[in-house]
Design a protein around this ligand. Structure first.
Ligand SMILES: Cc1cc2nc3c(=O)[nH]c(=O)nc-3n(C[C@H](O)[C@H](O)[C@H](O)COP(=O)(O)O)c2cc1C
Length: 183
């Protein structure tokens, strides 16, 4: 495996990947999009089934229509690009595969100077509206869209935004057995 010279800096950048919801009015170049799609394509999936298909969306009207599916994804309208994750099956590992490919796209995007986030269709009704906008065939499904662009901020400026930050490692990590602290 290639040893990256500045691995520590890259890892620190990965740690800092956050959900971006506000974007410059600037398109994502095709070569950057291609790189992101290659990263997505090479994501690992359970039994290497590669259950995903990627729908690239840059049409403003379509992005707006997606943004109207749910109040908490209204920021999608101002993004230049979305990649809808369409799945050919739903089984026990689909959610994991979906999270994995999403995070890889978002991490690669961040390392390339972009930002982005997940927009989620929650209920069955929302999924069908999303499916209509994206043209998802009846035997497939889409419940999330990876939204990308050049971010103006990584803050969540919405009223009632989630509490920012993360739990401490002390709260999250045990050693050997659950609840055991480091000797
Ligand atoms: C499965 C999943 C669904 C999400 N759905 C939405 C969403 O619909 N709308 C939204 O604004 N953010 C959504 N997010 C982003 C989370 O709110 C965000 O990751 C979390 O608040 C942490 O934000 P930060 O990484 O910027 O600190 C989703 C994240 C995940 C993992």
């Amino acid at each position: 495996m290639a040893k990256i010279e500045n691995a520590e800096a890259v890892v620190e950048e990965i740690r800092k990947v956050r959900q971006a919801r506000y974007f410059e009015d600037q398109p994502v170049p095709d070569d950057v999009l291609h790189q992101l799609l290659e990263v997505a394509r090479w994501s690992g999936s359970a039994r290497n089934q590669q259950p995903w298909r990627f729908v690239v969306i840059t049409d403003k009207a379509q992005l707006k229509a997606i943004s109207e599916v749910r109040e908490s994804i209204n920021w999608v309208a101002a993004a230049p690009l979305a990649i809808a994750l369409v799945f050919v099956t739903e089984n026990a590992t689909t959610g994991y595969d979906e999270g994995r490919v999403s995070e890889r796209i978002l991490t690669a995007a961040s390392l390339l100077g972009l930002g982005g986030g997940t927009a989620w269709f929650l209920s069955d009704a929302e999924k069908s509206v999303g499916a209509e906008v994206i043209g998802v065939p009846d035997d497939m499904f889409c419940r999330s869209v990876v939204v990308l662009g050049y971010p103006t901020t990584l803050k969540d400026l919405r009223e009632g935004a989630n509490i920012p930050g993360r739990k401490s490692l002390d709260e999250l990590v045990s050693y050997g057995k659950y609840g055991r602290s480091k000797a």
